[in-house]
Design a protein around this ligand. Sequence first.
Ligand code: C5P
Length: 412
Amino acid sequence: MSNPTLLGRRVLLIIGGGIAAYKSLELVRLIKKSGGEVMTLLTKAGAEFVTPMSLAALSGHSVRQDLFMPEDETAMGHIELSRWADLVVVAPATAGLIAKAANGMADDLASTTLLATDKKTLWAPAMNVRMWEHPAVQANVSKLKSFDGFHRGAFVGPDQGEMACGEFGFGRMAEPAAILDAIAAALSDSKPLAGRKAVITAGPTFEAIDPVRGLTNRSSGKQGYAVAAALAELGAEVTLVSGPVFLNPPAGVRRIPVEAATEMLAAVEGELKSSPVDIAVMSAAVADWRVDGVATGKIKKVPGGGPPALQLIENPDILAAVSKSGPSRPKLVIGFAAETSDLEANAKAKLSRKGCDWIVGNDVSQDVFGSDGNAVTLFTRDGSESWARQSKTDIANRLAQHIVEHFKANPQ
Ligand code: C5P
């Protein structure tokens, strides 16, 4: 489904030493299939996991391996290699490679090339979860992200899951298809959504019972906030209509705080009326019902009086209303479907019932609410695509990349 084009783009792929290196073979194939050119640079440790022969066969170029191989240096040395590339990708990025680059160490071809390049570098880390979570590794990652002048900040993954070492957690290298999407994003104009307006709903709603009590749910708002951040980073003008959450608004995003579903709908409709909206992402966990006749004073507990009877009435469906908003309908309307069973059937039914364009389906029988990770399937009218469990930020970036591709194909 997602088919980013890398036509005419040149990728230098640095392969570090880790079991995930086998996935880099698939990545080379995907880059070539997307029209890109790829040169590979294999570290000594990387060569323990994949052979130069397979890489050369797949990439169509000889493999760079050694800083001091005369034939390598005469063909294309570390300086030319970095000049040749439009983007440098490190996959798998080991703790060692990350540490060297973060600290300016250059003692082999990979680290020397990383130091010599002024091109953007995309990192796809892969390591044991304890290594990834170690403060030393995290400090090096932050350091790489802070080297803005050199645009070194792009990371994809690591994903959460079972690792070759038998442990579970964040540390698995992102899947080749996700790395390909990140490559396309890194190579696309930095602000491909400039001039586009986006409205996003996020978080729970709070439906008052009386002035002090209410009905709400466990939505943290993290996924919606991550989508808002990703779209704003790509240049969109983002309005985030947010239920009560414990999150700060992302940089460059205008937040409209709301409580009840009816307020959320009014805020969204206000945005649609004020100027044409290109993208609507309805990720809020809107309460299906609200209390009919909210008490104006605190409902008193009367000794022996029993509990009050709450009469519930149905809330408006904001996603359905936006999808059917006539001339002010956003060009692309995306909903979310949190399901505990039959994800595909339920998500597809929701797509047609609500009239939106895409549905991001997630299986909430797993740990999703409040967690930093998520695993989703994106359903469009043409098909579907599943994304393995990864951070909500990575899911948001991937969704944002699909939105970019959509508007490239449908600029009107
Ligand atoms: O019907 P269900 O709640 O499963 O649908 C989920 C999708 O619909 C989400 O995108 C959610 O934000 C949206 N929704 C809404 N207003 C409602 C209920 C759901 O916008 N009242």
